[in-house]
Ligand binder design. Sequence first.
Ligand code: OFO
Length: 168
Amino acid sequence: MNKKLTDAINTQINYEIESAHVYLAMQSYISTLGLDGFENWFGIQFEEELAHARKFIKYMNDRGARVEIRGFEDPRNEFSSILEVLEVSLAHEKGVTDRINNLMTIAHEVKDYAAVSLLQWYVDEQVEEEDNFSKLIGQVKLVKDAGLYILDKELLTQAKNNKNIVIE
Ligand code: OFO
């Protein structure tokens, strides 16, 4: 594989793991609010980020490219509300989208069409991730405190129906 693309994917693998830690820290903060549905939902985000890293790692291994695991900065642990957590998450996902788009640009530059195919999955995933956070932000603003309880229970019910339970 092209070195520039290999380096860029390695950076993204580590950023996906860093993203998992960002959501794990958020989940831990949310556990202090007594919002089980949101707590569970952020646990799902943690698992999804690790799955994103694993998908890139498998691809690199399949292509015979060397994966490098690195360190990263401490995630933010303190927030003022669930709304702030969601707003920070959306900003984070927009940053991820920029990074994925940049990877796609490099893959086209070096004419690595297998990487283009892989990266298309991430492009589509980012549309979904940004949409999820945008919708939750809108819903939290709408329902305010009384409705937050109902929304929280609904998230947990959805997760149970999809068998996406992380906390019990
Ligand atoms: Fe891996 O997409 Fe969220 O950060």
